[in-house]
Ligand binder design. Structure first.
Ligand code: GLN
Length: 306
């Protein structure tokens, strides 16, 4: 790294904090509208375990779609390459909850990170596990070294009460035969998955396995093969930010994933994972200040995958 990473994070945080936040809170999930919009946190964890954070990096937030990377990891581990018969690996160029391309593509979602793709992943997990909700939670508890992690009923119930688009997506995909289980069961699990809460320190540590060839850094346990880890990284780079994936690659230059809770995780293979949180979103549903902060970090560290 060009200069000390703590110094780079400190400067990126200070600069971002001093600038105007032009984002908007996600209000379509009522519970997310209750979050303090001034929050800003960042935490980097390197694969050697050293780490550093600033601001509200120890305050928990709803990780939302960031969890889609973890559900994909579990489903990919179970099903292997057969998984790509049910979900494509192409950027969508549309919003995260769009129904548009499903009609043209006969119910095959463009990628596992748009809502439609993540809903199909939930269906796959329900089919292959005895209790998908419980087993996914233990999987995440293991990767994150957070044995007490639980779903947030408050957030899951709030999203369930207003999740009309996701209900539409699941039913629409089922009409093409690409959902095997009952839509209500699939959606319950999907809303649970999106309701996980972590802070920036925990998110950055959790995602180091993808910067470490699929191995957990605390005990070197293999979570997923190196080849699969590489492909998940490729999907994060090309599809992790919906209609703004190109922009994120252009400005930040790292694989990453955002969530409507205002969190973003990004990683630099063989080096570090970094998580940022700032709740107000840009029109593409990605954290306004989170994107800016990460751009600062990669610009000043002069490290990106390109
Ligand atoms: N981009 C997101 O974080 C979207 C996740 C949210 N739970 C939804 O389904 O709408």
């Amino acid at each position: 790294m060009k200069s000390n990473y703590k110094h780079i994070i400190k400067n990126a945080y200070k600069l971002t904090k001093s600038q105007k936040d032009n984002g908007q809170l996600a209000t379509y999930i009522p519970e997310l509208a209750n979050v303090d919009p001034s929050m800003l946190g960042v935490h980097m964890t390197k694969v050697d375990g050293t780490n550093f954070g600033m601001g509200n990096h120890l305050d928990k937030f709803s990780i939302q779609s960031i969890a889609k990377v973890l559900s994909l990891t579990l489903a990919y581990k179970i099903l292997g390459e057969k998984i790509w018969k049910r979900i494509d690996v192409e950027p969508s160029g549309t919003k995260f909850d769009s129904l548009l391309l499903l009609e043209i593509n006969n119910g095959i979602p463009r990628n596992p990170f748009v809502n439609s793709g993540a809903i199909v992943i939930c269906d796959i997990l329900i089919t292959h596990l005895k209790n998908a909700s419980k087993e996914f939670l233990s999987f995440v508890r293991d990767i994150s070294d957070l044995p007490d992690l639980t779903y947030s009923d408050k957030i899951a119930d709030s999203e369930k009460a207003t999740g009309y688009r996701n209900v539409a997506l699941c039913n629409f995909i089922k009409s093409f035969g690409n959902i095997d289980n009952e839509p209500s069961e699939v959606l319950d699990f999907y809303f649970d998955m999106c309701s996980l809460e972590m802070n920036c320190e925990q998110v950055s540590r959790t995602f180091t396995f993808l910067a470490n060839g699929g191995n957990k850094i605390s005990d070197n346990k293999k979570i997923i093969s190196n080849a699969k880890s590489k492909r998940i990284n490729a999907l994060m780079l090309t599809c992790g930010f919906y209609d703004e994936s190109g922009e994120f690659a252009f400005k930040v230059g790292l694989p990453g994933k955002s969530g409507v809770g205002g969190g973003i995780v990004a990683l630099y293979p063989n080096n570090y994972a970094i998580a940022v949180w700032s709740p107000k979103l840009n029109p593409n549903g990605n954290s306004y200040r989170g994107m800016k902060l990460l751009e600062e970090v990669t610009t000043h560290s002069e490290l990106s995958i390109f």
